[in-house]
Design a protein around this ligand. Structure first.
Ligand SMILES: Cc1cc2nc3c(=O)[nH]c(=O)nc-3n(C[C@H](O)[C@H](O)[C@H](O)COP(=O)(O)OP(=O)(O)OC[C@H]3O[C@@H](n4cnc5c(N)ncnc54)[C@H](O)[C@@H]3O)c2cc1C
Length: 248
């Protein structure tokens, strides 16, 4: 068996209608919404950076979709948890900000999972607020003692979260400065970071241009093999529904 094989698994796409059961402010700008439905009993999500599509109506009544991470789920109980990084505008953020217990939400997927094998010597997870749900889920599921570093940029000190993990977790937080150049701030932090010995996996999720620049930096300036790296634009500045995989 080859080491470090990323396994892709396809799932049957199903639409499900869920009901909001609880809301919790994880931080001032990170809203956790718990949902429940008997339709979740066969919900499958195999990888921490899986995503579901959330369906909303825009202002002219057209259906629009946005991608969100299953932060936690329990098929036996029929529950799913989503974390919303609240920002200025958009149907997902507007829905979350005004959600109340009893509201309905339609979801689709996950369509597939990309499973990173548990045979790397270390992990480095990099991103902004939108990456925190996947990061949190990821580190919570890691084996004891595995060296993992999370490097996250957030808007304010109170946006930092504490993740529980059996792994040897090092959480590095950067507070966004006024300039708004996440790539430059994250790169400076990476410059100061000594990576552990051995073969590691690097995961990047942030605004599209930021994710692309950090992927270039890790590959070209740090010599990290691109096959042991995954970078995704989780949103695009100035563009609605701008998430997607970063390709060369
Ligand atoms: C695989 C995947 C998983 C994701 N998981 C999560 C998750 O679990 N939680 C989460 O909060 N987000 C997550 N995202 C990001 C989320 O899908 C986007 O932020 C999405 O654009 C939000 O939709 P919206 O309707 O609020 O805003 P949109 O209508 O898409 O955008 C409206 C405006 O807001 C801007 N914008 C969008 N997102 C942000 C942001 N975060 N900060 C500042 N400005 C923004 C856009 O540039 C646009 O100008 C994920 C994205 C992907 C691709």
């Amino acid at each position: 068996m080859t080491r470090h094989q990323i396994q892709k698994v396809r799932h049957e796409i199903r639409r499900r209608t869920l009901t909001v059961t609880a809301l919790e402010a994880v931080t001032p700008k990170m809203l956790r919404i718990s949902l429940a439905s008997p339709e979740l009993t066969d919900f499958v999500s195999l990888a921490p950076d899986d995503h579901v599509k959330l369906f909303f109506q825009d202002e002219v009544g057209a259906t629009v979709m946005r991608d969100f991470t299953p932060r936690a789920f329990d098929p036996a109980k029929g529950t799913l948890t989503l974390d919303f990084a609240l920002h200025e505008s958009g149907p997902a953020t507007a829905w979350a900000a005004s959600a109340a217990v009893g509201d309905r939400l339609e979801i689709g997927g996950p369509r597939g999972s990309s499973i990173v094998p548990d045979d790397f010597d270390w992990l480095l997870l990099i991103g902004d607020e939108t990456a925190l749900p996947a990061m949190g889920r990821w580190v919570e599921g890691l084996r004891a003692g595995l060296p993992v570093t999370t490097l996250a940029i957030v808007a304010a000190p109170e946006e930092r979260q504490t993740f529980q993990s059996a792994a040897a977790l090092d959480q590095i937080w950067i507070v966004r400065d006024g300039g708004g150049d996440d790539a430059a701030q994250l790169r400076r932090a990476l410059d100061a970071l000594t990576l552990p010995a051995g073969e590691g996996f690097v995961w990047i999720a942030a605004e599209g241009a930021v994710a692309r620049e950090l992927r270039r930096y890790m590959a070209e300036d740090r010599g990290h093999p691109r096959v042991w790296m995954k970078a995704a634009g989780y949103w695009a500045r100035g563009q609605a529904d701008g998430g997607g995989r970063i390709e060369d």
